[in-house]
Ligand binder design. Structure first.
Ligand SMILES: O=P(O)(O)OC[C@H]1O[C@H](O)[C@H](O)[C@@H](O)[C@@H]1O
Length: 526
């Protein structure tokens, strides 16, 4: 294609949302009219699936659940009064609670006001709040947010150290939809312990965001507050529920703007026409690129520092939704699209070398922000600003990739603001829904996650048995005998790793022998 034809293709396929000033350009994805024709019936089905989903169908058949995240920004569309209330009541309660926290009417027992937020959660209960906190920092934030999103003791300590004496004026949000995620439970117990070590009560600082009746909900009965998560909102699509809205509002972020932006994008992505529906355009581009089988990875390159965490957020949304072994008919399909990315132009100096010249197993998604976000324009060189460089690097990289047959999508927004962030979230939520329909999978469950969780639980059980054997045995044992005595003669490798970890942490276990010859190792109590 010559430059003139490309310019024509750009115009032919460019989507523009007038209200949001939001562009989606898939002209640099090499699909042709034939593919569009072939996919038309699949898109018709995707549009019909979406309509059914939004009307309250059991769109997550394995879990027997409705899928209602689109109602969060349009409660009037929820299928019944009960679901509508489940949205509007928490919204009103969040507004009231946040107002009182900011005013100091709701306050910690030993300080005048809450100054900090400590958010404890993982996966869908962390990634959205982290992305939004980074994307939309307030100029004078009423509160500063910190995150614990793992069960790593060093990470927990570092966050608590950062908070330091302000723990007494910190509001702790424990976010877990299921209420039973071990990392979050551990984080909660660690933070509770930190309060108690300082002679402070944890409960008046603690807020739970969880499903009513969950384990965490039951633990939290005497906490400062509880906000419900809806059964029909999945973790990875929960940013616009209490999960994302409460921490955002506490930080002074305009959550109504986020909801409005998402609602506007939802309206645009409800249009039953491929060419004028931006989420359908993304799904088409993804389908083309990976041959409907995820053969190419999605590299997300926002050219704006504040959007750094968007790729991490999308990683869960896309990979947990689309990465499935079985399709809806039970066929083995091994679907998915791998997502990674960081930010431009920084990545130009890291892995873009491989994108330009190496294995062509990806398509890029550039995210461009038109406004530089400055009132005054300092000129680095006559007539040229840092922002011009950033814009030039984006255009240059897109072109360099294209010239070497590397496809790309470009999304352009006027600014990073609550409305455009809400719209970005909604755009990708819908694109994932459409793509799942195109490839006939359930995007709303995550059966694969359970295997690792169960295995980890059984390793912790084994650890308890191993510790008991070591404590009750006076002589040193070799690993195989120890495994046998712990009742798991076949799990020698796990037993070895358990004692190695215990020994490294001075946890009552000593290892003697030659570490390069594990048969010589002797384990004893220390
Ligand atoms: O919010 P929670 O129930 O604690 O779940 C947190 C996360 O953990 C799970 O392993 C799921 O795979 C994720 O989809 C979820 O977002």
């Amino acid at each position: 294609m010559d430059k003139q034809q490309l310019w024509q293709r750009y115009q032919d396929w460019l989507y523009y949302h007038k209200g949001l000033g939001f562009y989606v350009d898939i002209s640099r994805m090499g699909f042709d009219d034939q593919l569009v024709k072939e996919l038309t019936p699949k898109f018709e089905k995707a549009f019909a699936d979406m309509e059914a989903l939004e009307a309250g169908a059991i769109a997550n058949p394995d879990e027997g659940r409705m899928v209602g995240h689109y109602w969060l920004r349009a409660p009037e569309l929820a299928p019944n009064e009960e679901a509508r209330k489940e949205i509007t009541e928490p919204l009103a309660n969040i507004a009231q609670f946040v107002k009182k926290v900011h005013q100091g009417t709701i306050k910690p027992p030993t300080a005048d006001k809450f100054t900090d937020i400590l958010s404890v959660g993982i996966g869908g209960s962390a990634l959205g709040p982290q992305f939004v906190a980074e994307a939309l920092p307030s100029e004078n934030p009423p509160m500063t947010i910190h995150f614990i999103d793992n069960t790593d003791p060093a990470g927990i300590d570092s966050t608590l150290k950062n908070i330091g004496d302000r723990l007494k004026s910190t509001l702790v949000l424990i976010t877990t939809k299921s209420g039973g995620t071990p990392e979050t439970r551990n984080g909660m117990l660690e933070v509770k312990h930190a309060y108690e070590s300082k002679g402070l009560a944890f409960e008046p600082h603690a807020v739970a965001i969880t499903m009513p009746g969950s384990k965490m909900d039951k633990i939290a009965t005497d906490w400062l507050a509880r906000f419900p998560m809806q059964d029909w909102v999945g973790g990875r699509t929960s940013e616009l529920s209490a999960v994302g809205l409460l921490p955002a509002a506490l930080q002074g972020i305009n959550i109504d703007g986020m909801l409005i932006g998402a609602k506007e994008m939802d309206e645009a992505t409800r249009v039953k026409d491929l060419k004028t529906n931006p989420a359908a355009l993304l799904a088409l581009a993804w389908y083309y690129s990976g041959n409907g089988k995820g053969e190419k990875d999605m590299v997300v390159l926002p050219y704006k520092d504040s959007l750094l965490l968007f790729s991490r957020y999308l990683q869960q949304l896309v990979m947990e939704s689309l990465g499935k072994e079985k399709d809806l008919d039970g066929n083995t399909v091994y679907q998915g699209i791998a997502v990674y990315g960081n930010k431009g132009s920084t990545d130009q100096h890291a892995y873009v070398q491989q994108l330009r010249e190496g294995v062509p197993n990806f398509f890029a998604t550039f995210i461009e922000v038109l406004e530089d976000g400055r009132d005054t324009h300092f000129e680095i060189e006559p007539g040229v600003t840092s922002g011009d460089f950033l814009s030039g690097f984006l255009q240059g990289t897109r072109q360099a990739l294209f010239e070497n047959s590397r496809d790309s999508i470009t999304i352009t927004i006027p600014q990073v603001n609550p409305r455009t962030v809400g719209a970005l979230i909604a755009l990708y939520e819908r694109a994932v829904s459409f793509y799942a329909s195109l490839v006939n999978i359930n995007a709303y469950h995550q059966p694969g996650v359970e295997a690792g969780k169960k295995m980890s639980a059984s390793i912790l059980d084994l650890q308890t048995k191993v510790q008991t054997v070591i404590q009750e045995t006076s002589e040193a044992l070799d690993i195989e005998t120890l495994a046998a005595k712990a009742g798991s003669p076949d799990e020698v490798e796990f037993v070895y790793k358990i004692v190695r970890h215990l020994a490294a942490n001075g946890r009552g276990v000593a290892l003697a022998g030659d570490l390069t010859d594990l048969k010589t190792l002797k384990v004893s109590a220390s």
